[in-house]
Design a protein around this ligand. Structure first.
Ligand code: F6P
Length: 548
């Protein structure tokens, strides 16, 4: 089937009377939960609370066929330059592949084998460093052990380690307490400088390019802070670099043995599996980091080998296409019902929106379809008490992903039961809603008089028919966290393939960086080439700075 034909088929299916009605789907097919759920071991993906039926799924799979998803998947794992605008492969999967006994980098090795060999070599260096820090063989300038690690990075050099550290250290507590400095706003560093003891702090400068202005500015501030407290000679003992740019790391004054590298085929938002994950290994321990990588690899194997109809990342992607392109949903809400997933939405915002927030197709023509939705979210149940009002009763369709573990890692089963009941209640309310008669009946039962019922009942109606995807798993351990992140990574890649965009570049971040460099002199009162509103705003700022 041609791509255009597949898209038309989807539109035609959605136009059939009643086809978008989730409740009607359940009424017609009581086995729907089983029919629309796929599993990978204990991890399940339930698409039943959507209007996708078997015909829609078949059409979505035909769309994947028309987009040659099979070929894309093969090229991705073969290390072909799927990142066409930067002429690079996207081989971050190699970072979490296990170490094969036969693996030696040699001239004729495949791109995949070379990538694995490379990853293994760097991981071995990382592991030794982590062990030395934990054992107290590497200490600070005063001879004290490190008990805090400060990761200075931004974007993918911050969000991944920040999220994974947060998730993995809530239960067992950190080996080293992780701290993160991303924003160039001096308030961010000031707060950290007040709390951290330089003598016991290990500083990681995490930057793929080692040129990012925010990170280099913050790294310089941290360096000055440390040198002021412990002397310039201490810098070498307290700093390490996570980067691909050895020359810039050297110029900053970090020795080669303190630099942990990765290759340019690791995109920033896919880099937590590389040495950028150093803070995870230091805070949560090497075993947790290794289990995290193993989980990512398990999802890779599944994505690479499972038929598309049973393939979790593919199905999650197809559901997203249905909601975004066929039903027109402009956003996607991510609700991890788990405190450890409170940073998941922030992480996925970069992964999804930096990857697929594009309006130009691979061939340079305008994208033919609506691409990435706006991603937002929070931890459940917190979200219920902030933005879920709009998701239930607002004028826009907002599909939701719910994530929930069966077994908590705490000893309050009562709290977990409430959490789980709330997650499932939200999904049920979204799908089935509450009609006027039920709203009135509830008010009558609560003793409301007829006039109040007449006036208020319309406000207490839930339209329902709002889709969600429910992702369940046994426990949120490091392995499962790895599986979940890789699930979304591959989902994003599949959607990029179907939308025909390059998911692995991010040119949209460039212009603002260039303009910021050009505008900066203006703030110092020097002439600069800027547009009228910018000049006016700078003038206003300078007037305010000059005082009343
Ligand atoms: O903001 C764009 C970006 O290039 C992200 O893709 C990346 O994760 C981030 O900046 C940080 O880049 P670096 O690791 O090179 O400092």
């Amino acid at each position: 089937m041609e791509s255009q034909e597949a898209w038309s088929r989807l539109a035609a299916l959605a136009a059939v009377a009643g086809a978008r009605d989730i409740a009607a789907r359940f009424a017609a097919d009581p086995d729907r939960p089983a029919r629309m759920t796929r599993t990978l071991d204990d991890l399940s993906l339930d698409l039943s609370r959507s209007s996708i039926g078997e015909a829609e799924l078949a059409a979505l799979l035909a769309l994947a066929g028309a987009a040659d998803l099979e070929g894309f998947r093969r090229r991705l794992f073969a290390g072909e330059a799927v990142n066409a605008t930067e002429h690079r492969p996207a081989l971050h999967m190699a970072l979490r592949a296990p170490e094969p006994a036969h693996l030696h980098a040699h001239a004729n090795a495949s791109a995949w084998d070379q990538a694995c060999a490379d990853a293994v070599a760097e991981r071995t260096r990382m592991r030794r460093f982590v062990a030395d820090v934990h054992a107290g063989r590497l200490v600070g300038a005063t001879g004290e052990r490190f008990d805090a690690v400060l990761n200075i990075g931004i974007g993918g050099s911050d969000l991944g380690p920040r999220f994974v550290c947060d998730a993995l250290t809530q239960v067992h507590g950190p080996r080293l307490v992780p701290h993160f400095l991303s924003n160039v706003d001096g308030h961010a560093f000031a707060g950290l400088a007040r709390t951290l003891d330089p003598a016991r702090t290990l500083v990681l400068v995490a930057s793929k390019t080692f040129t990012t202005e925010e990170t280099m500015t913050n790294a310089a501030a941290a360096r000055a802070w440390l040198a002021a407290a412990l002397g310039e000679a201490a810098v070498g003992m307290h700093f390490a670099a996570l980067s691909t740019n050895a020359a810039a790391v050297g110029r900053f004054g970090i020795a080669p043995e303190r630099m942990f590298g990765f290759r340019d085929w690791v995109g920033g938002r896919y880099s937590v599996w590389s040495s950028i994950g150093m803070s995870v290994a230091l805070a949560a321990g090497w075993d947790a980091f290794a289990a995290f990588l193993a989980g990512g690899h398990a999802m890779d194997q599944h994505f690479r080998t499972a038929p598309f109809a049973d393939n979790l990342p593919v199905l999650l992607a197809l559901a997203g296409i249905w909601h975004r392109d066929v039903l027109g949903a402009a956003s996607l809400c991510i609700l991890g019902y788990d405190e450890r997933l409170r940073l998941l939405a922030a992480y996925l915002q970069q992964l999804e929106m930096e990857s697929n927030g594009k309006a130009v197709a691979l061939d340079g023509t305008p994208a033919a379809h609506r691409t990435c939705p706006i991603v937002f979210g929070a931890a459940g149940t917190d979200a219920q008490h902030s933005f879920m009002q709009l998701v239930h009763q607002g004028t826009d369709l907002v599909p939701v992903d719910f994530l929930l573990a069966a077994e908590p890692d705490h000893d309050r089963p009562d709290a977990h039961a409430i959490l789980a009941a709330n997650a499932l209640a939200q999904a049920e309310a979204l799908a089935f809603g509450r009609d006027r008669a039920a709203a009135e009946a509830a008010m009558r039962a609560a003793g409301a008089d007829a006039r109040t019922i007449e006036a208020v009942a319309p406000h207490r109606v839930f339209t329902g028919n709002r889709p969600s995807t429910v992702i369940l798993f046994r426990r949120l351990d490091a392995f499962t966290l790895g599986r979940l992140i890789a699930l979304y990574e591959h989902k994003v890649a599949v959607q990029g393939c179907l939308w025909g965009v390059n998911s692995f570049d991010q040119w949209g971040v460039e212009l603002g960086k260039v303009l910021a460099r050009e505008i900066r002199p203006l703030l110092a009162g020097e002439p600069a080439d800027a547009r009228a509103p910018t000049v006016a705003s700078v003038a206003r700022l300078r007037a305010l700075q000059a005082g009343p």
